[in-house]
Design a protein around this ligand. Structure first.
Ligand SMILES: [Zn+2]
Length: 292
């Protein structure tokens, strides 16, 4: 991550200009561009301006922050044919180096991004804990989580905490069980490997609702009044819907309407203002369904 006040180095994805004026893109640039496009298309994200940049309508543009540069359709000389299968998805050409705030890599940071490309460091990290509604969570989120639950109760909404902090050892058992139960491919789409779970930070909470007990940790939780209430009010307590619909290519997970991640109200507000749904997109951090 580039420090504030310093100019990012020339992007490795920028083209080399040939003597005849054509531009040669490195293999890495071609691969990165294809992965970025594939990820954005799969995720259904990206506005018109972004699409124009990526499809070469403005081939000179190099997004700030060192994100993969756009490649012009005409005059492009690829070093070799890129493989079709995506590895990791670079979620956004946003300006990550310009986002000021807490660390995105330190495990205890409220802004830490944990996904299949970015495990916790150390892998067996454990936070300071507090107990809220009978579940362990990171102590830092306890005041906001208590306030959220009280807010919901006042509104007559019966929210419960199904899962909060899960230790490295616990996540190992959860993941192993999911693999045995669902097979590796399905398990990996819903259950993180130990060291890669947001629950291990203590900053993530799985909510349950009173009205539809059968929808616990199921897609149909998204159609409950409790889910509606969370979507309308959780942000004011610093919680973000971490795995939204249509973002699997970015987050690496199918939609989970019950899984909310505390990031603090400041970051929720910034994402809202930027009209960005995921941490990966906002920070320009890689994610997606493939493990690093
Ligand atoms: Zn969860």
């Amino acid at each position: 991550m580039t420090r504030p006040g310093t100019r990012p180095p020339r992007s490795p994805f920028a083209p080399e200009v040939l003597p005849d004026g054509r531009r040669r893109f490195s293999h890495e640039a071609v691969v990165a561009r294809r992965l970025l496009l594939a990820g954005l298309l799969a995720a259904g994200v990206g506005g018109g301006a972004l699409a124009a940049r990526l499809t070469g309508e403005d081939p000179g543009a190099v997004p700030a922050g060192g994100a993969p540069a756009a490649a012009g359709a005409a005059g492009e000389v690829a070093g070799e044919v890129a493989p079709a299968a995506p590895q990791a998805v670079v979620a956004s050409p946003a300006t990550p180096a310009q986002v000021q705030g807490p660390s995105r890599t330190e495990a205890a940071s409220p802004w830490v991004v944990v996904n299949k490309q970015h495990p916790l460091d150390p892998r067996d990290y454990a936070p300071a804990l507090a107990v809220v509604a009978g579940k362990e969570v990171a102590a830092v989120i306890a005041p906001d989580l208590r306030a959220l639950l009280e807010d919901a109760r006042r509104d007559g909404v019966g929210l419960s905490v199904t899962s909060g902090y899960r230790s490295f050892q616990r996540q190992t058992a959860v993941h192993d069980d999911a693999v045995v139960r669902d097979g590796l491919e399905t398990a990996e789409s819903v259950s993180a490997r130990p060291g890669y779970s947001e629950h291990q930070t203590g900053l993530a909470v799985d909510f349950g609702g009173r009205t539809a007990p059968g929808c616990l940790l199921e897609d149909c939780f998204g159609q409950t009044p409790e889910s509606d209430w969370l979507r309308a009010h959780a942000g004011r307590h610093g919680f973000l819907l971490r795995y939204p619909e249509g973002a699997t290519a970015v987050t690496g997970y199918d939609a989970e309407p019950w899984h909310w991640r505390w990031v603090g109200t400041d970051l929720v507000q910034r994402l809202t203002e930027a009209r960005v749904a995921t941490l990966e997109e906002f920070f320009g951090i890689s994610g997606g369904p493939v493990y690093a």
